[in-house]
Design a protein around this ligand. Structure first.
Ligand code: GLU
Length: 476
């Protein structure tokens, strides 16, 4: 049997990172089995439709290396299919037209709430006579089509990760299948589509577990084979609630913008709820496809750790070749206005000298913006505290800077030459390495942090180094 999975987002905004994880798991399971993975856009809720969302979803998936088989399916183009299916249920009296107005439904809702009854529709229209129905239709009264759920007994559902889950039918609602605008609800459309697309595994968020019984009832009413259900646990923020803006980046677009590499995101997301063994940490897509097993996904919610993701991203950044790193980093140098859209060959060369110095120091590409500023702009104001950090004496720091100036003026400014000259200077002046290097570093970079000092000075160059030290001295 061909394994067929799908990712079925609603185009209501940016793709959430948890959505990308669902897509990844579906994709991996299909590919692991040499099966097919489909993208289906569930765009039947016109009130929540967001312009551009489909493009964003496609872009995010492709960025992550997840591509779909065959054409994308848009539910809004298949309304006939759902309507036909609903008509069949009406004919068989497995569904019914409900003419209740919004205001009546609202009254019912309030009343049920006051009487502490479970929320839901009171089934007023479930037993209308043929005459009553005809009259409503003749009047042109708008209606929805509702499912006639069995009132007794129970519905037994199966989830691959959780096993059997039993639902008492008396707790189920006569859900709406077709809305008054003729569009199907999610419940209806996805059942028709999953059957029509011969989906074998329905992998979706666990928020759908409570709707599973009505879905199973629908599958059975249509006489369709049931798919395997795999309800994936939500991705939580540190607060214990679904990861959201409050926690930091939450949409794939934001992670892309911040400069995470797709390899890092995929590796991290795969391990957010799945593991191969307790040791292996590094997986590329090929390896994931080879090893992924959907039945090993944990049913416990996973807490998203930005720190862990940063670790992965740092790892993949370190593994980039200089050319690749340049290609990925350049947009951030441009964004920060350090170079313009098409850098000159000299600028390209300059950036390529910087990159190896920062490669094992940054976690995301956007760190470039703050981390590399001093390579392009001289510090404007100095913070005296930086010069007297760890009990250093300001006067002494100034003296050191004054004394080191001629040493630097006489250096050729290769890394090697700088190192030799500065080491001799330290020895001659009987200084501690840090007491000498720190004031120079602060004068050059405007902060206590930078890549290796000799490398940094060599990249910045002699003129700029001297200029900055003099500027610092005049300010101290
Ligand atoms: N459109 C649904 C959602 O975005 C899809 C759920 C499913 O995969 O069946 O939650």
């Amino acid at each position: 049997m061909e394994i067929r999975t799908r990712f079925a987002p609603s185009p209501t905004g940016h793709l959430h990172i948890g959505g990308l994880r669902s897509a990844l798991f579906s994709y991996l399971w299909a590919k692991h089995n040499n099966g097919k993975f489909f993208l289906r856009i569930e765009d039947t809720d016109r009130s929540r439709y967001v312009e551009g969302a489909v493009e964003g979803i496609k872009k995010s998936l492709l960025w992550a290396g997840i591509s779909w088989d065959e054409d994308i399916i848009f539910q809004s183009e298949r309304l006939d299919l759902y309507q036909k299916a609903a008509n069949k249920l009406l004919e068989e009296e497995k569904a019914y037209r409900c003419f209740c107005s919004e205001s009546r439904l609202e009254r019912v809702r309030k009343l049920r709430e006051q009487n502490k009854l479970p929320s839901g529709y009171d089934r007023k229209c479930r037993n209308l006579t043929k005459e009553e129905i005809d009259e409503h239709i003749a009047n042109g009264d708008p209606y929805v089509i509702r499912l006639k759920v069995p009132l007794e007994g129970e519905t037994i559902c199966n989830d691959l990760l959780r096993g059997e889950i039993r639902f008492d039918n008396s707790t189920l609602e006569d859900i709406v299948l077709i809305k008054s605008d003729g569009f199907p609800t999610y419940h209806m459309a996805h059942v028709i589509d999953d059957n029509d697309m011969k989906i074998t595994h329905v992998t979706r968020g666990e928020e759908w577990i409570s709707s599973m019984p009505v879905h199973v009832i629908l599958f059975n009413m249509f006489g369709f084979d049931l798919p395997v259900y795999v309800h994936l646990p939500v991705v939580l923020g540190e607060s214990g609630k679904k990861l959201s803006k409050r926690d930091g980046a939450s949409s794939v677009a934001e992670f892309i913008e911040a400069g995470y590499l797709p390899e890092a995101i995929i590796n991290y997301l795969a391990l957010l709820g799945w593991s191969y063994d307790d040791q292996t940490q590094i997986f590329d897509m090929k390896k994931l496809i080879e090893l992924f097993d959907i039945s090993k996904v944990s049913k416990a919610s996973a807490v998203f750790s930005y720190e862990k993701l940063d670790w992965y991203n740092g790892y993949y950044i370190r593994n980039l070749s200089l050319e690749k790193f340049y290609e990925k980093a350049l947009p951030y140098f441009i964004k920060a206005n350090y170079v313009n859209e098409s850098p000159t060959p000299q600028e390209e060369q300059y950036i390529k000298k910087i990159l190896p110095q920062i490669q094992d120091r940054i976690f995301k590409l956007s760190d470039i913006i703050s981390y590399c500023k001093f390579f392009f702009k001289s510090p404007e104001n100095y913070n005296k505290e930086d010069f007297i950090d760890k009990g250093r004496d300001l006067q002494r720091s100034k003296e050191i800077l004054e004394k080191v100036l001629p040493v630097l003026e006489n250096s050729e400014f290769s890394e090697k030459d700088l190192e030799e000259n500065l080491r001799i200077f330290i020895e001659k002046e009987n200084l501690k390495v840090k007491d000498c290097f720190m004031p120079i570093r602060v004068a050059i970079c405007g902060s206590r942090f930078s890549p290796g000092l000799f490398e940094t000075l060599s990249i910045i160059g002699k003129d700029e180094t001297i200029k900055r030290i003099k500027n610092a001295l005049s300010q101290l």
